[in-house]
Design a protein around this ligand. Structure first.
Ligand SMILES: Nc1ncnc2c1ncn2[C@@H]1O[C@H](COP(=O)(O)OP(=O)(O)O[C@H]2O[C@H](CO)[C@@H](O)[C@H](O)[C@H]2O)[C@@H](O)[C@H]1O
Ligand SMILES: OC[C@H]1O[C@H](O[C@H]2[C@H](O)[C@@H](O)[C@@H](O[C@H]3[C@H](O)[C@@H](O)[C@@H](O)O[C@@H]3CO)O[C@@H]2CO)[C@H](O)[C@@H](O)[C@@H]1O
Length: 586
């Protein structure tokens, strides 16, 4: 069988060539007609397929090509492959769909996963594409000049695809004013709404368009990105839809494509990164989605809340769960939690129980988060030099945020979106209980305005001890991860959490709430400190949780500078936290 090794991708830079395109007319495609026009693009790297039939011929050819390839991979490598056949390596054609894809767009961990997991899957021999919105004029992604037309709401929208090839992955960006003109690159804050907590009114249309485009991309983009794969991905595809924004993909697949004989064997995996965001809307909005009535029951949902309307509504995530072939989430413990109670499953526990769920713990992007090469930190280090580097990095961090510079004071960091999930409100109440210790604390986050205000108060209340930075600041996130001694993760719930993974790789000891992936990834006394589970009610700050933070922080500070602390740092840094660890399960 053909195998593609990680190292063969490691050095692969993009060899996508779009050639001379100036005189090429645009292929206008209309799904309604199921034809893609006859104007094939003549540039080297990419052309639009002429007809659906042509696509089918290619796919049939592909299975023949695959049989031949299993006899001799070398002949494929040396270029004897017939032009236009799809080469799938030994793996599958994977198409990840998400609203965030790092480093191009990110408000949090979803962007990290869509950034880091696909290259790991590519290195495992799969052909991998990600599809996400083009929120900015990305300087590294080129116009494929392939356009399609899709029905969104009551209108037919023209969508254009941009593309680049990085780390073995075809990164496809969906270009439409609903994304770029709304967001203009402000992807840390404006992907979902004008401000945190407020959604764009047309989000259903935006994400409907995204799902429609994602179903077209594997068919219409004739990608020749690497020497291992060529031609369109075709129909033998596994889609990996991520979170509620992508829940329409399995629905459109079943409603629009499969009845026409297209994507017959395609499968959809639906990955839940956060059950807290489900996409609940008024029932009447079902009409916007352009789905047949038989899908209504998958969306139908009743809750006791008035938002966005009282009582009966539609729930995108529910439909994503029910209409997909496989439901995944980002850690085994979170998978258990989701089906354990109504509260932890956020009223979808019964639906998930019915569908079944598999939890696979997240990996982290060890390329972006590497203490030996980190472009944002002043000293580079690994496990053998961590004790020398940490004091320098700590001093740089203290100076950066304006705290007294003193390498002997243990520093605690916090990084996260300021939502109830992350427990920053509990932390704020806990700080007075431990701030009298020899300690400094630096809190970085953006999100809900009242929580940002709480952060900004820290400096006023504890000028020599605490700083709150209400900004989305990637360099500072790296500096905190490297320069702090402890990383506090006081989440009410945490599907997986990447902060603690980043921290451990940098020899920064995590102090975590015992929930979700924090349970799976941080071992009490070995790689960090567990605080116990917190009250998941978001409206209250439970005094017991405040106390748990204070007690555990004091306990952790007690180990600072001891051989036990050094051992924990060593244990943290000795782990393989990369996607390699979990990609086989995926
Ligand atoms: N102000 C700021 N400035 C700079 N960087 C910031 C920042 N605030 C957050 N970040 C970054 O955003 C990422 C946060 O990732 P997490 O996985 O911890 O949480 P999130 O809740 O967003 O993700 C959800 O999805 C992921 C992926 O599945 C799950 O791990 C997680 O549990 C789930 O809640 C980190 O890379 C962090 O550095
Ligand atoms: O990567 C970080 C997270 O990004 C996603 O979460 C976003 C969510 O999907 C959006 O719907 C929106 O959430 C807002 C929600 O819709 C609104 O009703 C209100 O409750 O405020 C929410 C926050 O603004 O923004 C979320 C990001 O902030 C992704 O779904 C998560 O898995 C990721 O954790």
């Amino acid at each position: 069988m053909a195998t593609v090794t990680a190292s063969s991708f490691a050095s692969t830079s993009s060899n996508v060539s779009y050639g001379a395109v100036s005189s090429v007319s645009e292929p206008k495609t209309g799904y309604k007609k199921m034809g893609f026009g006859k104007q094939a693009m003549t540039h080297n790297g990419l052309r639009a397929l002429n007809t659906v039939d042509e696509l089918r011929v290619k796919i049939m050819g592909n299975s023949i090509a695959r049989q031949a390839r299993s006899k001799s991979f070398n002949s494929t490598r040396t270029g004897s492959r017939p032009a236009g056949t799809i080469v799938c390596g030994s793996g599958m054609n994977l198409v990840f769909l998400g609203t965030e894809v790092g480093p191009w767009s990110k408000t949090g961990g979803l962007g990290d996963v869509l950034g880091g997991l696909p290259p790991a899957m590519a290195a495992n021999g799969h052909r991998v594409m990600t599809v996400s919105p083009r929120y900015d004029q990305y300087k590294d992604a080129w116009d494929t000049e392939v356009t399609i037309e899709v029905k969104v709401g009551e209108k037919t929208e023209k969508v254009r695809f941009f593309h680049c090839y990085k780390r073995g992955v075809d990164r496809v960006f969906v270009d439409h004013p609903l994304f770029l003109e709304k967001v203009w690159g402000k992807t840390a804050s404006k992907i979902y709404g004008p401000i945190a907590g407020e959604d764009f009114k047309d989000n259903q249309l935006r994400f409907s368009l995204l799902c429609r485009a994602a179903l077209e991309a594997p068919r219409v983009l004739n990608l020749n990105s690497s020497k291992y794969f060529s031609g369109p991905y075709g129909e033998e595809v596994v889609f990996i839809a991520n979170d509620w924004h992508t829940a329409l993909l399995p629905c459109y697949l079943k409603a629009i494509y499969q009845p026409k004989g297209i994507y017959r064997s395609a499968k959809v995996a639906f990955c839940i990164h956060n059950i807290a965001y489900q996409g609940r809307f008024a029932s009447a909005d079902f009409a916007l989605l352009n789905l047949p009535d038989e899908f209504k029951s998958s969306f139908d949902f009743i809750d006791g809340y008035d938002k966005p309307v009282k009582g009966r509504k539609i729930n995108w995530m529910k439909a994503g769960i029910l209409e997909s072939d496989k439901v995944l989430t980002v850690s085994p413990y979170y998978a258990e939690e989701l089906v354990s109670t109504v509260e932890k499953g956020v009223e979808l526990d019964n639906v998930i129980r019915k569908a079944g769920i598999l939890g696979i713990v997240n990996g982290m992007d060890v390329q972006e988060w590497n203490p030996l090469t980190d472009k944002y930190t002043a000293a580079k280090y690994d496990a053998s030099t961590v004790t020398d580097a940490k004091p320098l990095l700590k001093e740089a961090l203290q100076a950066e945020v304006g705290l007294p510079v003193d390498r002997d004071i243990p520093v605690i960091g916090f990084i996260g979106r300021l939502e109830e999930q992350k427990g920053s409100d509990i932390l704020i109440e806990a700080i007075p209980h431990f701030i009298k210790e020899n300690v400094q604390i630096i809190v970085l986050g953006t999100g809900k305005k009242p929580m940002e205000k709480q952060l900004e108060q820290l400096e006023i209340k504890y000028p020599d001890k605490a700083r709150g930075v209400a900004k989305f600041n990637v360099p500072l996130a790296h500096m905190i991860t490297a320069g702090a001694d402890f990383m506090l993760v006081p989440s009410r719930f945490e599907p997986c959490g990447l902060i603690q993974l980043h921290a451990m790789r940098y020899g920064t000891v995590p102090i975590v709430a015992s929930t979700g992936g924090l349970v799976d990834t941080v071992k009490e006394g070995f790689t960090g400190f567990q605080m116990g589970g917190f009250n998941v009610e978001c409206e209250v700050v439970d005094p017991a949780d405040v106390q748990a933070i204070a007690t555990t922080v004091t306990r952790a500070l007690g180990t600072y500078g001891t051989p036990a602390f050094t051992e924990i740092i060593g244990n943290c840094m000795a782990q393989d936290l990369s996607w390699k660890r979990t990609r086989d399960r995926w």
